[in-house]
Design a protein around this ligand. Structure first.
Ligand SMILES: [Zn+2]
Ligand SMILES: [Zn+2]
Length: 342
């Protein structure tokens, strides 16, 4: 089969198209004929440091996979050849640890991440264990299905499960990359009043269309004052912060008493100095949403099927242009996702 291999670490040129043997499913593995694979910022980071311990060799990137079941391992259940499926980002989890048994399999110590510990979806075929796949509804196309697990599913986790958004609450979404723009849609669908904070004035129209009731645009990233104004000085009940250290204190200042801060990733590498009294006295909570469990992926797919959430696919490119796709993502030249199609 054709596959894009990361040959060493470094610039996008290390991604090269090669012929490698088509894998054969064993045990509970499902052979997925890849119809679309999302290109994630995480792929760029993996490519830049591909020699890290634990990486598969040869290294095929890509954890956002959608396609059809082509063959089944002898112990695979739940699926038949021809079924339309998408991946949870993982090739396998152990299935029996405390995390796996409590809908937190994204924290399983024995998980194998697609496109790192296991070969990923920048290829014509990929192997995924049956319990790490979800069925794709007929009305959802493959490029959209491919990005549901990473962008929609993680936003679903942040807004609904970790953030426990309730109708009537006011929710702040910070950072309008892949996660933030989908989190706005989900928070709107959950019946909350949505405030979106962004540095880009050009995004305001799209954010309002996605369901933001208020858009706070600040060139310097000091959005807390705008959030307080929009909430009559009270602050928000819950915030989803997709940026991290650089925005943490503005988020903290935006919270109502008892508010819940949900951290989803850290993209700036900015350490935060924290006065615990500023958290404790106001009864704030800080929680983390890590990736997407299979149940969360299935819920996210239902929201897409119902039309409540629209996955934002911006460019569809042929597999052999993986290096060019990485250049686009690295240069922040795209707002929605780039998807590779074998
Ligand atoms: Zn991803
Ligand atoms: Zn486990």
């Amino acid at each position: 089969m054709k596959a894009v291999i990361a040959e060493g670490s470094g610039p996008p040129e290390v991604l090269v198209l090669r012929d490698i043997p088509t894998p054969v499913p064993a045990g509970r593995q499902v052979l997925v004929r890849v119809r679309a694979c999302g290109v994630c910022r995480r792929d760029v980071l993996t490519r830049q440091a591909a020699q890290r311990r634990g990486a598969a060799s040869p290294l095929v990137l890509g954890h956002e996979i959608a396609g059809e079941v082509a063959a089944l391992g002898p112990d695979a259940r739940r699926f038949a050849v021809g079924d339309r499926v998408c991946s949870t980002q993982r090739e396998r989890v152990c299935g029996c640890c405390t995390m796996c048994r409590t809908d937190r399999e994204t924290l399983c110590a024995d998980l194998r991440f697609l496109g790192f510990e296991a070969a990923g979806g920048y290829a014509e075929y990929a192997l995924v264990n049956d319990d790490n796949l979800a069925r794709v509804p007929a009305s959802v196309d493959f490029p959209a299905a491919a990005i549901v697990a990473c962008t929609v599913g993680t936003s679903y986790n942040a807004v609904c499960d970790t953030g426990r958004a309730r109708p009537g609450e006011t929710v702040l979404i910070v950072g309008m990359g892949g996660l933030g723009s989908h989190a706005v849609q989900i928070a709107h669908a959950m019946g909350t009043r949505v405030i979106a904070a962004t540095r880009s004035p050009g995004k305001e129209g799209a954010l309002r269309q996605a369901g933001a009731d208020v858009v706070v645009v600040t060139a310097d990233g000091r959005f807390a004052e705008g959030v307080r104004q929009a909430t009559a000085g009270r602050g928000v009940d819950m915030a989803v912060d997709t940026v991290g250290g650089a925005t943490f204190h503005e988020v903290r200042r935006s919270m109502a008493p008892g508010g819940r801060i949900v951290v989803v990733g850290e993209v700036t590498g900015t350490p935060v100095e924290l006065d615990i009294a500023a958290i404790y006295r106001r009864g704030l909570e800080i929680r983390s949403a890590v990736s997407t469990s299979r149940r969360q992926l299935e819920m996210a797919l239902r929201m897409v099927e119902s039309g409540a959430v629209r996955p934002l696919v911006e460019r569809i490119m042929p597999l052999e242009q993986a290096a060019e796709a990485h250049r686009l993502v690295e240069a922040n030249a795209v707002t929605g996702r780039v998807v590779l199609v074998p």
